[in-house]
Design a protein around this ligand. Structure first.
Ligand SMILES: [Fe+2]
Length: 400
């Protein structure tokens, strides 16, 4: 049976033209029990639309792992390594992820106390909230418009270890318990006045293709020539750093750990990725940078024959090692892409499943929960069997 696609239920805050292709809901299939033909169609649709939503899905951790693995059949390990997060207490990811013992590629995430869940006798889950890591914090008694409580994007990111292991091709998120509550208002708190009304505990998505498309010609030329070098053990390196109020990258306060303070590391495991990643089906380019983990930017000179009048930015190339300069350039490139009308804030229902193309979107946890609001999700992504592919010679000729 052919799968049926229909537009995502986008909110009134979203610009419909941004979501004509970006994101689709899949009807009429059970993603845990698909035929080989249906799986092929789902895979093709995922790369064309970047986010796929399925409703009313019951899925065991084994089925979720099998579905995720279908996108990268030779991968066997969770994106950060099986059972590694639980044992790495100094990582910023440590409080957020609990491994399902039977299927270590699947993580239990959410909020509140959970008992006897898939072999975990007891877990005190903590929804990642901005108060734990942003430089400025919304005061508890503040209210937004219509009496709703204000909140923030927690941290825009790609699901990726960014050291040793390769970024997952896809992530699957399965909602098992979703607490009901009033909507909240995301405040950007960056002097733009930008705000976004969101469902409680939404996951927010933006398109990497759109982030690239919004750049000026000058910045497109930089993006197509640039590579990003990530810090070794980036989530430990950044553990003391504060997140910007938009959730997009870190403040530069000199709080990163020195390389000597990190666990042992080696140069051959450090990741250097092109700033633009190529979609394997559409060949379109997405600006895919994890802004928190980035430590250096390496920019090639303009190629021979490039129109030098077109760009004054780094025509002879550059190697930017100053962390503040790295972050300011990335912020200038990525911030337009998280404008309220470009964000898809998913309104989770119990038994929703989302598959997203982790090499084509940025996403963020959002929202503020009380300790007793129980939210239970299963997340699965796998360290990939290959590295993302960057721009080819024609892309450089076209955009540089
Ligand atoms: Fe994530």
């Amino acid at each position: 049976m052919a799968i049926t696609l229909t537009p995502l239920p986008i909110p009134s805050t979203a610009d419909p033209s941004n979501f004509a292709v970006f994101g689709q809901e899949v009807l009429g299939v059970n993603p845990g029990k698909c035929s080989a033909d249906e799986l092929k169609e789902i895979k093709d649709a995922l790369y064309r639309h970047e986010i796929l939503l399925f409703r009313n899905v019951s899925l065991t951790p084994e089925q979720q792992y099998a579905l995720t693995k279908f996108f990268d059949p030779t991968s066997n390990n969770f994106g950060h390594g099986n059972n590694k997060i639980d044992s790495t207490k100094s990582s910023v990811l440590h409080p957020d992820l609990k491994t399902i013992p039977r299927v270590p590629q699947v993580q239990l995430i959410g909020n509140g106390p959970v008992y006897n869940h898939e072999g975990i006798p007891e877990a005190k889950l903590k929804h990642p909230m901005h108060m734990s890591c942003h430089k400025t914090v919304i005061k508890e008694d503040e209210v937004a418009n219509a009496g709703l409580s204000p909140t923030r994007f927690y941290r825009w990111h790609i699901d990726a270890a960014l050291y040793d292991l390769s970024p997952s091709r896809v992530t699957t998120l399965h909602a098992i318990r979703v607490p009901q509550g009033l909507k909240q208002v995301v405040r950007y708190d960056d002097e733009t006045g930008d705000e976004l009304l969101v469902p409680l505990g939404t996951t927010a998505f933006v398109s990497g293709q759109r982030i690239f498309g919004l750049l000026t010609d000058e910045l497109k030329s930089v993006a197509v020539r640039a590579k990003v070098k990530y810090a070794p053990h980036p989530y430990i390196w950044m553990a003391r750093s504060h997140v910007r109020s938009t959730g997009l990258g870190l403040e530069s306060e000199g709080l990163e750990k020195s390389l000597e303070e990190l666990p042992p590391w080696s140069d051959d495991k450090v990741k250097i990725y092109p700033m633009l990643w190529k979609n394997p089906v559409t060949n379109k380019l997405s600006l895919q940078v994890h802004p928190g983990g980035a430590s250096e930017i390496i920019i090639d000179p303009l190629p021979n024959g490039a129109d030098r009048a077109k760009t004054q930015l780094y025509p002879g190339g550059a190697h930017i090692k100053d962390l503040q300069e790295v972050r300011e350039l990335l912020y200038r490139m990525q911030r337009p892409g998280i404008a309220p009308k470009l964000v898809y804030p998913h309104d989770w229902h119990e038994n929703d499943l989302i598959i997203f193309h982790n090499r084509g979107v940025l996403h963020s946890v959002v929202g503020t929960f009380l300790p007793d609001q129980v939210r239970v999700f299963h997340q699965c992504n796998l360290a990939a069997s290959n590295e993302p592919v960057g721009p080819n010679v024609e892309d450089v000729e076209k955009w540089a």
